[in-house]
Design a protein around this ligand. Sequence first.
Ligand code: EPZ
Length: 420
Amino acid sequence: MDKFIIHGGKRLNGTVTIGGSKNAALALMPATLLASGKYQFDNVPELRDITTMGKLLEMMGADVEKNGHTLTLNTFRVNKFEAPYDQVKKMRASIYVLGPLIARYGYAKVSLPGGCAWGPRPVNLHIEGIKKLGAKIEIDRGYIIARAKRLRAAKIAFDVSSVGATGNILMAAVLAKGTTVIENAAIEPEITALSEFLIKMGAHIDGIGTRHIEIEGVDALHPVNERMIPDRIEAGTFLAAAALTAGTVKLENCNPCHLTTVISKFKEAGASIQVGEGWIKIKSSKTIKPVDVTTAVYPGFPTDMQAQWISLMTIAKGSSVITDSIYYDRFKHVPELIRLGANIELNKNVAVIKGVKKLRGAKVMSTDLRASASLVLAGLAAEGKTEVLRVYHLDRGYEHLEKKLHLLGAKIRRISGKEY
Ligand code: EPZ
């Protein structure tokens, strides 16, 4: 298992190119099950999760080829409609095949995803939504088995604005008979990207980017090509890296409109930020002001930036309160940050952070994707050497993170598992 060795205290300066959105790609890849044929996706990041989704689609008979940031899929020979436990347990987003399979083939056998590193991740909204669209669903020995001659439109109101459930129901409804209405839909940019992709494929969708979406089902869709939107969480992570090291960094190939709340929080914390067409420039101040954050659905402060924000607040001048209202137990990074000298009190889903003068390097353990990012960030600011173990978690969602940070002046290198 690879690890990172970081010698902290280096100010980050320069320009970094942000990659394509992991979570957009993880929604658009299964959407290719909705129409047989050849698709080309550009600006697709090289990530473990993308490979995992590709392997799942190959198990169904699709041809998947990755060449740098270009991904080509051919779903002509899809002939298996199952997502087995061994594949699904690697990545929760595998559940995204449920909607397209049942819509296009009338059958799906998808393993329940189980939990993740930080706790239970229910899929009740996905299952109830597909049921409302007329599928017969049984849960048998850890699998969701869904059958339907043809899905028929329904009115589906989510009690939680779930990104995944919105995506799954969108992909199921585009081929259902009649007009489906989704109330309280998620409006994350990745869902907007999925809706726009489905429309390019021939779907009829109204209300994109709003919580009220109407989908008039069609009989068939057709393959198209698409370019992935930028990854807003990778961008936010680099803003935090600059702010933690009092650096000046320009992010290119990103979309500032997807980060309005995050950018305003960095400004509140003392950074000066300019934005333009496809770029964000952050000039950080030496003193980090304490800023409270409560995570929320888009366009609120994303839960996927909660761990990175806690890292920043560990060296703020004063106390701050970080509340995660989306995931109550997404705090596996806190005990590891305390090992680096942070002063954090955790009470359920509320972390109270008292800023310290300095973090001090230590060995810390990654537990999940964004927790690992927060440990790398803290290591960049900590005095001395930090070892971040099990960075395979990071490789799920950050492409060559250590190389990009090194190019900005960080003293960081990867030690492959075989070397130690
Ligand atoms: C997506 O996960 C993202 N993953 C997550 O990013 C992100 O943290 C999350 O949205 C929230 O923004 C992908 O897009 C692949 P949800 P998803 O359904 O769809 C509850 C990362 O780091 N819920 O919007 O699984 C759920 O428990 C990953 O890139 C139900 O109760 O998230 C949570 O409290 C981690 N029942 C809330 O909704 C359901 O059926 C939001 O979850 C579904 C969800």
